[in-house]
Each structure stands twice: as structure tokens, then as C-alpha cells.
Write a new protein. Structure first.
Length: 157
């Protein structure tokens, strides 16, 4: 059995059929035609080497072997979804630590509300507010000691 030929679309389709009990309803869920869903199911059954469903004209039901395969397919898809979320968070910089430097007055007055609002949108990001003298803000970003600097509008020089 060439397990390396299993793919996420086949597993997603298998799980949708198992959950919906119908190829047509599963097709709606995965945004494919019923014909494409049947084809993916056939490919998956050929790859695993056994039938996953008993089919009638109106309904499909898991075979014993399909029911045995279901937990492994569910676990595999959960891991793929976790990897996808992780990649999206990395791409969108939606996780990690952001160091924000500002003079003490801004750190105390403006940043707490802004950090709270940002945390609502990005709960996996840690914001570290650092008290930095106005004269050191630009150089701290240039030296990569800070990711963002907030301060008064004044000439760089």
C-alpha cells in the first residue's frame, strides 16, 4: 500500500461523507461536485486497499473497516489543520513576541488599552511594552532591540 499517496483532500472528503451520511451533502460541505467526491473516495479506497462505505442510492454508511479507519483519518486531519493554523499564524505574524518601546507616559497611558484591543484579535501574540527614552527610540529599532517605537513627532537627527 502506497500510503504516501494519501492526501488531505481525500481524507477531508472521507470525513465529510462519514459525517453527512451522503455523498451529495458531503459534496456541498467540501465545495465539490458529487462526482468529484465519489472519485476522491474511490482513489482513497484504492490507496488503503479496502472499502470504506457501503453505498445505496440514497445513503452511505461506514463499513467495519471504514469505522476502524475513521479515528486515524480524523487524527491526521486534526494535525494537518493544526499545521495549517501554525503556518497562517507565522505568515500573518499572529504569534510570538512584539517589543514596543515608548516613553513612560505613553507606556502607562496609551498602551494598555491598545494592547488589550490587539490581544482580542491576536491572542497568541505577546506584547512587551518597554520604557525607552525618546532619544533612544529610533536607535533601539535600528539595533533590533525593539520591534516598534512610539514617541513624539520630532526630527530624526
Amino acid at each position: 500500500m502506497a500510503l504516501s499517496r494519501l492526501n488531505a483532500r481525500q481524507l477531508e472528503t472521507f470525513l465529510a461523507i462519514a459525517d453527512c451520511g451522503s455523498i451529495a451533502r458531503a459534496a456541498d460541505r467540501v465545495c465539490l461536485t458529487p462526482s468529484a467526491v465519489s472519485q476522491l473516495l474511490g482513489e482513497l479506497e484504492r490507496e488503503v486497499g479496502f472499502r470504506l462505505f457501503d453505498r445505496t442510492t440514497r445513503r452511505v454508511s461506514l463499513t467495519v473497516t471504514g469505522a476502524d479507519f475513521l479515528p486515524a483519518a480524523s487524527a491526521a486531519m486534526a494535525q494537518l489543520y493544526a499545521a495549517e493554523r501554525s503556518a497562517r499564524n507565522i505568515r500573518d505574524r499572529a504569534s510570538g513576541i512584539v517589543r514596543v518601546g515608548a516613553p513612560l507616559v505613553l507606556c502607562a497611558a496609551a498602551l494598555p488599552d491598545a494592547i488589550a484591543a490587539y490581544r482580542e484579535l491576536h491572542p497568541n501574540v505577546t506584547i512587551r511594552a518597554l520604557d525607552v527614552e525618546v532619544e533612544r527610540l529610533v536607535s533601539s529599532v535600528a539595533e533590533a532591540a525593539l520591534d516598534i517605537a512610539l514617541g513624539p513627532n520630532q526630527p530624526l537627527g
